[in-house]
Design a binder for this molecule. Structure first.
Ligand SMILES: [Zn+2]
Ligand SMILES: [Zn+2]
Length: 340
């Protein structure tokens, strides 16, 4: 992590980082103290900030990631599936890092890595049970992307990232995350199991709506983009991916018009934090009371939608599907192998 000044406390076998910011610019953004195994190095950056770098064994890192990403009481097959994709992702990330001076960051940009305090035995058991296993497509370790909830159909790679076809990331119909199929008590239980405490503050993520007044929308877009569009006149989806997620959106303002993409930029520019997804319809409503228009975004899903749907996978696991079947449902024509 990087901060103006890193505060830490060295213990016998571990160290504590103070005031670590998690969920940066997402709606669960907050600070907490975190404790880590392995070694700590503090690097001074040219801009005057400091970066804390933790060196740790891959399998130990995964125990913390699975504990951080998932609830301890999740179905074991879900934890195992997650251990495999987090390991595959991490090995890929080490081969081609997006960061200078270290392999992965600790936030949602890479994978949530929150040290030892959320560590739990069942996550550790899942990592141990799948030790070394990665997901392969031909001879390549898969870049296993995942997110909270697809919203009914998963997305393809190019809607979110580069303009390439990634053969194992196909768009599949996913009814598994449709909680209306479940009795309310069962769906509450699954959500409680799958989502960490702060994620449970989020409700209605499969089908959601956001409404802004015209002033609010113009102000949000101006603040988040740093561009003065003037008054927003129209939001026109120009292109959608396989699930329905918008990857090209035309923003028509009184002063300026621009086409933006891909899905994450659209989510960031149209929300004070981040929209659940870019799969939405735009409704422009004149207010019956004031005559002032408002905007409603009627959306589906939570996250980019490419790869594994965590809620869907949790339901599959809770209905007795083994982790191998869960993985092959969301990652096409892949095989499980032990990494070299
Ligand atoms: Zn990162
Ligand atoms: Zn789903």
């Amino acid at each position: 992590m990087t901060a103006p000044k890193i505060e830490f406390e060295q213990k016998e076998d571990t160290f504590i980082l103070k005031n670590v910011r998690i969920g940066i610019s997402f709606h669960w953004d907050r600070k907490e103290d975190q404790e880590f195994a392995g070694t700590l190095e503090i690097r001074n950056n040219p801009d005057g900030t400091q970066t804390a770098i933790n060196t740790i064994d891959l399998e130990d890192y995964l125990c913390s990631v699975i504990s951080s990403e998932m609830n301890a009481n999740s179905p074991m097959e879900l934890l195992k599936a997650h251990a495999v994709i987090s390991r595959s992702w991490a090995i890929r990330a080490m081969q081609k890092t997006n960061h200078e001076g270290y392999d992965v960051c600790a936030d949602d940009h890479c994978q949530r890595y929150e040290g030892l305090r959320r560590m739990n035995e069942r996550a550790v058991e899942a990592v141990r049970a799948t030790k070394g296993q990665v997901l392969m497509y031909n001879d390549e370790i898969c870049d296993c992307r995942y997110y909270k909830c697809c919203g009914g159909r998963t997305e393809i790679w190019r809607t979110c990232w580069e303009d390439i076809d990634v053969p194992y990331i196909q768009s599949v119909k996913c009814d598994w995350c449709d909680m209306s199929r479940q009795p309310a008590a069962v769906s509450r239980q699954i959500l409680r199991l799958v989502l960490n405490d702060y994620d449970q503050e989020t409700k209605d993520f499969r089908d959601w709506q956001v409404t802004y007044t015209a002033e609010e929308l113009s102000e949000i877009v101006r603040t988040k983009s740093g561009i003065d569009f003037g008054e927003i006149i129209d939001l026109i989806p120009l292109h959608r991916g396989a699930s329905g997620r918008i990857d090209q959106l035309k923003i028509v303002g009184s002063k300026r018009t621009e086409v933006i993409g891909k899905e994450l930029k659209i989510r960031l520019w149209l929300s004070r934090s981040c929209l659940y997804s870019s799969w939405f319809e735009v409704a422009h409503n004149p207010s019956p009371v004031t005559g002032n228009p408002s905007w409603t975004l009627i959306g589906h899903g939570w996250g980019h939608g490419a790869g594994l749907c965590q809620i869907g996978a949790a339901v599959m696991a809770s209905e007795g599907k083994p982790y191998e079947e869960i993985l092959s449902y969301y990652y096409h024509n892949t095989q499980l192998k032990i990494a070299d």
